[in-house]
Design a protein around this ligand. Structure first.
Ligand code: ATP
Ligand code: MG
Ligand code: MG
Length: 261
């Protein structure tokens, strides 16, 4: 029989991506709500399966963290990979949300940097940090969608990640500092969240961004603009690590209101 149908009651579809569909479900045995994500296509080939399994293996290896979408279990059924996860309220997708206040963007930035520090210390890079993959649950920001997660210092195919968030070294096939790829992506995500609209995924604006020429964001402090400039530095080693980022005085207020830290 179907483990999915036996163990869960499907309530509604809450999302879909290029590779998967996500449902809000009720787990019959514990009466709690979860999100279940499963691959749209059947994964016939071993390479496809191995790639898909990276997502659950990264989540499982990491263990739980307040700022990472919780992982419960995974299984194959009809050659599709099912992943049972913590149900979040919404993502920060620019297409479905009104502009966020600077204060909220800083809180999200701080909390996602915490998730990145945790991952990077454990030797895993996310490689798909963007507003779509930042979730919100009960006022807490959580990094999700580990579909591109990989071990640090591993080579990877060039086609991974969303072009808009990818630093220049991805094109040069320089993969030495994959943790710094995440820092660049977080920089682009924060820039977009402050601007309230997505950057174009091709053209001069993107090229400028990759060359470190970042248009100023009117109405924001130089402290914040300088921090973004460092995160978006074309040279990976010059970007701050997640740990370094968290020490920035710009987060003093956020740190004080963040009771769990
Ligand atoms: P993409 O190809 O866009 O990266 P994907 O196939 O990797 O997508 P996800 O990004 O993980 O899939 O999920 C697709 C959508 O489902 C998300 O954008 C979000 O709207 C919803 N979703 C995913 N996980 C959760 C969750 N844990 N809680 C609530 N909603 C979720
Ligand atoms: Mg996604
Ligand atoms: Mg994905």
């Amino acid at each position: 029989g179907s483990r999915y149908r036996t163990d869960f009651h499907e309530i509604e579809q809450i999302g879909f991506g290029n590779f998967s569909r996500v449902f809000k479900v009720l787990k019959r045995i514990d009466g709690c709500l979860y999100a279940v994500k499963y691959s749209i296509r059947q994964l016939h080939q071993n390479t496809e399966r191995r790639r898909a399994l990276m997502e659950v293996q990264a989540l499982a290896a990491l263990g739980s963290h307040e700022n990472i979408v919780g992982y419960y279990s995974s299984w194959f059924e009809n050659e599709q990979l099912y992943i049972q996860m913590e149900l979040c309220d919404r993502s920060l997708s620019l297409h479905t949300n009104p502009p966020m206040s600077t204060e909220k963007v800083l809180a999200a930035m701080y909390q996602i940097a915490k998730a990145l520090q945790f991952m990077h210390e454990r030797g895993i890079a996310h490689l798909d940090v963007k507003p779509d993959n930042i979730y919100m649950k009960n006022g807490v920001y959580k990094l999700g969608d580990f579909g591109f997660a990989t071990l640090l210092n591993r080579t990877l195919p060039v086609d991974e990640g969303d072009a808009r968030y990818m630093p220049p070294e991805i094109l040069n096939e320089n993969y030495e500092y994959l943790d710094k790829v995440d820092i660049f992506s977080l920089g682009v995500a924060v820039y977009e969240l402050l601007k309230g609209s997505p950057l174009p995924d091709s053209g001069t604006q993107l090229l400028n961004l990759r060359e470190g020429k970042i248009p100023l964001l009117p109405g924001h402090s130089m402290q914040l603009q300088n921090l973004l400039k460092m995160m978006l530095d074309p040279v990976p080693v010059r970007r701050p690590s997640a740990k370094k980022l968290l020490e920035n005085p710009i987060f003093d207020r956020v740190r004080r209101s963040n009771t769990s830290t």
